[in-house]
Write a protein that binds this ligand. Structure first.
Ligand code: NAD
Length: 221
């Protein structure tokens, strides 16, 4: 299967929650395509480790230990990124809620469990749509990526806890979840980074206000 490749040399990306899982995947993919990357994470060690991986690719990277709920700190990291690189082209609000937001199929599909999580993801999608309208006159697009079940540290932790509660193995639990996905595939980080790459490309210049799932059909099932 071939994937799109976008040249991001000369671009700058800032990624929150970039120290682990999906955010780390976004950060590394932007760097592989040539963009300089600022990695922001509550976990300073995680952010610094990803910044080192990026520098090993020969790409510039800054890292900040920031809780995205701390508005002053996130603004400072953003301003320092702009003064250091001269501009900022993409923001991935992957931890909590800003450009490209990581939402979830849970923010659209109703369900009888993880209800507070579904409500916050639904709010993130509405916030994304409102910001898309606010920023449209400036030619800035705002979209949300909705991952399916992706085996990041967060998901593995959730799966392990749920499996233990139910007295089954984590593998049995994940096999059960996979069988409920219409396409019977878990989401790989590459499925999400490919979508992100497209959304930041010139080909997507008029795509805004959209919540796009890469979930094997969970959201429509
Ligand atoms: N993994 C999945 O199956 C899945 C599915 C749908 C949506 N998502 C969403 O994807 C995003 C990333 O999740 P992940 O699975 O990669 O999890 P993860 O736990 O592997 O990574 C999340 C990162 O965000 C950081 N973080 C958490 N709170 C923060 C805060 N307040 N400020 C700054 N950084 C913070 C963590 O330290 C961690 O490094 C989340 O928004 C999650 O809800 C994940």
């Amino acid at each position: 299967m071939s994937r799109i490749t976008v040249d991001l040399h000369g671009k700058v990306a800032l990624i929150t929650g970039g120290g682990s899982g999906i955010g780390r995947g976004f950060a590394l993919q932007m760097a592989r395509r040539g963009a300089s990357v600022t990695v922001v994470d509550l976990n300073g060690t995680g952010a610094a480790a990803v910044a080192e991986e990026i520098k090993a690719l020969g790409i510039q990277s800054l890292d900040y230990q920031v809780d995205v709920r701390d508005q002053q700190a996130i603004q400072a990291a953003t301003s320092e990124t702009i003064s250091h690189f001269g501009h900022l082209d993409f923001i991935f609000a992957n931890a909590g809620v800003l450009g490209l937001i990581t939402a979830s199929y849970n923010g659209i599909k109703a369900g009888a469990h993880v209800i507070p999580y579904r409500v916050t993801k639904a709010a993130a999608i509405m916030y994304m749509r409102c910001m898309a309208l606010v920023l449209a006159p400036y030619d800035v697009t705002v979209n949300a990526i909705c991952p399916g079940v992706t085996l990041t540290p967060m998901q593995v932790d959730y799966a392990t806890r749920t499996a233990t509660e139910r007295g089954i193995t984590t593998k049995e639990y994940l096999d059960e979840r996979t069988s409920l996905i219409p396409m019977h595939h878990l989401t790989e980080i590459e499925d999400l980074t490919g979508l992100a790459e497209f959304l930041v490309s010139d080909s997507a210049r008029l795509i805004t206000g959209q919540a796009i799932a890469a979930d094997g059909g969970v959201m429509i099932s």
